[in-house]
Ligand binder design. Structure first.
Ligand SMILES: Cc1ncc(COP(=O)(O)O)c(C=O)c1O
Length: 499
């Protein structure tokens, strides 16, 4: 028999186990499974099935030993659903009646290789010693804290105090937290309506935090930034989806994407039903972006009836690691203006530059340096708390800064953002902190700087080692690896930009 899919892979949310249930004891047997689901029409049926399984499962799980209850494998330990439930589901939802855009979408970062690794991990847990290794390190995505990178103390102190503000009333915190963490937490709490990190915020994010981010952008770029242009997001990814949702009407809408790319872009374009228009980075010029190639691809797409809406630039690049030269960025901006393209600037690796002669320039700064204003070019710039030296991927924080869009279009962007209510507040606070880290006069500055420099030096060292080994790997092997895209993270996932 085909192994049954994991409940979460079938769309069920993880189950929460009531803490009060006794461990290892047999509870009263589960009530009989209702037959109603199979009798009901399809839409009502899935809802009932969902409730049925979510309601019954905790009882079953509680009969398992603590090891299984506490571990991640709790869902794998569930008995398979009855054939009755399966049949009902098969009639309602099958792969061939799913949204074809979902089927078309591929996301290798979490694809076959990762799924195989998870299988092996499960095997290691159930049959220790059955494989010639006893640990799996996941390098398929840049996720540094899962590989031992420590979070920056200042960020975590501020988050802890914001999340548990009663601590601020206690004398002892002065010996446990730095003075500037304490004062920053107080400032941040004063910006949050109700001082509540557990409350929804404005759909764009807390205004005071957006003000702080705007001032961080202004001091980075030397040009003003406006809090109304900032949309706080759960990492950069949802911001990318939002723009694809906004721009793509059908498969005749195209988005120019660099190849090699970070697969978020191909996945998101497929999900929203558009066409990916590739342009090719040139390895012989350090993975440079050549306007002539982009223009050729644009014209080719137009000749096929594709309405090309936007150009994605990942700078510094992933997986290629290039840092664009300022002159090149000027050309890209002029090109977008002349061709009427939205510029989607993925700048999540802005802190990960390990070549002494390279410097990050934001596209916002380049656009303003050219004297372009709001009416000249629609630009969306992405930043994330996942990358840089912060590496706070699991906190899901980031923002997009949108400039050059008309008021009615901005209203639509706001409307889409508001459908998700708001991004998570921890991520919002972190985004404000990474854009406003401690200053030289602050008590925590010395330790903050030591931690930051240590992390960046370690990432640079590992990126160079990895770059060296990949450069000496026969081209055919690298090409084969790159087919799986995940291998690209061997370069940036553990390091960043060395080109
Ligand atoms: C180039 C690039 N953009 C965006 C992301 C998405 O990151 P997040 O959604 O965690 O901010 C990643 C993640 O690796 C990335 O490499």
């Amino acid at each position: 028999r085909r192994p049954r899919a994991h409940p979460q892979s079938r769309g069920f949310p993880p189950l929460s186990i009531p803490p009060s249930l006794p461990v290892g004891e047999h509870l009263s047997p589960p009530p009989p499974r209702p037959l109603l689901p199979v009798l009901f029409p399809s839409s009502a049926r899935s809802l009932l099935l969902y409730k049925h399984i979510a309601f019954l499962s905790p009882f079953r799980v509680a009969t398992k030993p603590r090891k299984e209850r506490d571990g991640q494998d709790i869902l794998a330990a569930l008995p398979p659903p009855s054939p009755l439930v399966d049949l009902a589901m098969a009639a309602t939802v099958a792969v061939d009646n799913l949204n074809p855009k979902v089927l078309k979408c591929e996301y290798a970062v979490r694809g076959e290789i990762v799924i195989h690794a998870q299988r092996l991990q499960q095997q290691l847990q159930t049959q220790p010693g059955s494989l010639p290794f006893d640990e799996i390190l996941y390098c398929n995505i840049g996720n540094p804290q899962s590989l031992g990178q420590q979070p920056v103390t200042f960020f975590r102190e501020v988050l802890a105090l914001c999340d548990h503000p009663d601590l601020l009333k206690k004398e002892e915190i002065k010996t446990l937290f730095s003075a500037d963490s304490i004062s920053r937490a107080k400032q941040i709490l004063a910006l949050i309506p109700g001082r509540a990190t557990g409350a929804y915020s404005h759909s764009q994010g807390i205004k005071g935090l957006r003000d702080a981010i705007a001032s961080g952008i202004a001091s980075r770029d030397g040009f003003p930034a406006n809090a109304d242009d900032i949309f706080l997001t759960d990492g950069a990814s949802p911001g990318v989806h939002l723009m694809m949702q906004l721009l793509i009407r059908n498969e005749k809408d195209g988005i120019l994407v660099p190849i090699p790319q970070y697969p978020l872009y191909s996945a998101s374009i497929a999900l929203h039903g558009g066409s990916l228009v590739p342009y090719y980075l040139n390895e012989s010029t350090g993975w440079g972006l050549e306007i002539s190639d982009v223009k050729k691809q644009l014209e080719d797409a137009r000749s096929r009836g594709i309405d090309v809406r936007a150009l994605v630039v990942i700078n510094p690049g992933n997986p290629t690691g290039q840092v664009l030269a300022e002159e090149n960025q000027y050309d890209i901006v002029k090109f977008c203006k002349n061709e009427g393209l939205v510029l989607l600037a993925d700048e999540v690796y802005q802190e990960n530059i390990y070549a002494d002669n390279k410097k990050f320039h934001s596209f916002k700064k380049i656009v303003r340096s050219l004297g372009y204003g709001e009416e000249d070019l629609p630009l969306v710039s992405y930043q994330s708390v996942s990358k840089g030296y912060y590496g706070e991927c699991g906190k899901r924080g980031g923002y997009m800064e949108i400039t050059g869009f008309s008021a009615p279009v901005r209203e639509q962007i706001y409307k889409i953002a508001s459908v998700n209510l708001c991004s998570n507040i921890t991520g919002q606070i972190l985004a404000s902190l990474v854009m406003n880290p401690p200053k030289a006069s602050d008590e925590s500055y010395a330790s903050y700087k030591a931690e930051k420099d240590g992390i960046l030096a370690s990432l640079a060292r590992r990126a160079k080692v990895r770059h060296g080994s990949i450069s000496h790997t026969p081209k055919c092997i690298v090409e084969n690896m790159l087919k799986f895209v995940t291998a690209a993270f061997l370069i940036t996932g553990i390091g960043g930009c060395i080109q």
